[in-house]
Design a protein around this ligand. Structure first.
Ligand code: GLN
Length: 299
């Protein structure tokens, strides 16, 4: 059986080439203008092994907003800093068959967010971050991730401006519902914290380095990385999670900017980036590459 260590950049370039033909089947998201206007041909991959060997290919110099990929790391931070029970008093760990920004799912669950990988869960957890305002809260998470993950995440102000430029009705309704039932307080700070942490940005290599936190880290307990990987496995790709888990089997998380981060347990992490998305909001070309890598590793 092959391992991530056997991968070559030549192989990565070949997959990127094939993936570029798949990307045209996806669509750019329309609710964040900067993401709608991005070059759909951008494509990048970075693979990091647990011994810190990195191989990358494609547009590795550009930076991208993590968007929903921040969610597992946000959960990891809270599990590390707060009691596990406190976190799971606020969010569940069950998968959902509804879209990532569904209000209906939250209503069906009487206002208890199903899991931290969907917006209702991450918005709720944004209310648990310490700090007097959204900037302080975002800074705390950013600094912790940069230190423990040895990466260089920064808050992309232009992306934040773009996120704020169009009203996000779904997120607003979710916040209203959570506030009404007293599941969160300080709704404005909470929403703004969420928007800011989604705009934390870095290169594809930063993303791969973050992924390594969920493989091995001297600073984080194995129990917490296990919890996060399990939730990524069942909820990380929204409605597609179960299908992907059966087919590919890597705990993964996608974001609306077009990145997907996958963990190969005991081995390392894979970060892929290509902006066009499928109907569930997962990057088409990234899913394609991950399937190629899974087949490669299983042969
Ligand atoms: N900030 C985005 C939103 O709330 C994140 C969603 C995503 O990446 N899927 O819509």
């Amino acid at each position: 059986m092959k391992s991530l260590n056997n991968l070559t950049s030549k192989q990565l370039y070949q997959w990127l080439n094939e993936a570029s033909k798949q990307a045209i089947n996806g669509k750019l998201p329309t609710y964040i203008p900067l993401l709608q206007n991005i070059d759909p041909r951008l494509l990048a991959i970075s693979v990091i092994t647990k011994d810190n060997n990195i191989i990358s290919a494609g547009d590795t110099n550009i930076t991208l907003a993590l968007m929903s990929i921040i969610k597992p790391f946000f959960l990891l931070y809270l599990l590390s800093e707060l009691e596990e029970a406190l976190v799971f008093k606020k969010v569940g760990n069950l998968s959902s068959n509804y879209p990532f920004n569904s209000l209906e799912q939250l209503q069906l669950d009487d206002g208890f967010p199903r899991n931290p990988m969907i917006n209702s869960g991450a918005l709720t957890l944004a209310s648990l971050l310490p700090g007097k305002d959204s900037q302080t809260r975002c800074n705390i998470l950013q600094q912790w991730l940069n230190k423990t993950g040895k990466c260089n995440l920064f808050l992309d102000q232009l992306m934040l401006k773009s996120v704020r430029s169009l009203p996000n009705i779904n997120n607003q309704k979710i916040i209203e519902k959570l506030t009404k039932i007293n599941h969160i307080n300080e709704p404005e700070i909470t929403l703004d914290t969420y928007n800011k942490i989604c705009c934390l940005s870095g290169t594809i290599i930063d993303l791969a380095r973050l992924g390594l936190l969920l493989v091995k880290s001297s600073h984080i307990s194995e129990k917490n990385t296990f919890i996060v990987r399990e939730i990524m496995n069942s909820c990380g790709l929204y409605e597609e999670s179960e299908k992907f888990a059966q087919k590919i089997g890597f705990p993964s998380k996608s974001g609306v900017s077009g990145a997907i981060l996958s963990i190969v347990p005991e081995q390392g992490a894979i970060a892929c980036y290509s902006p066009p998305l499928d109907n569930q909001g997962n990057s088409v070309a990234s899913l394609f590459i991950l399937e190629k890598i899974a087949n490669y590793l299983n042969n």
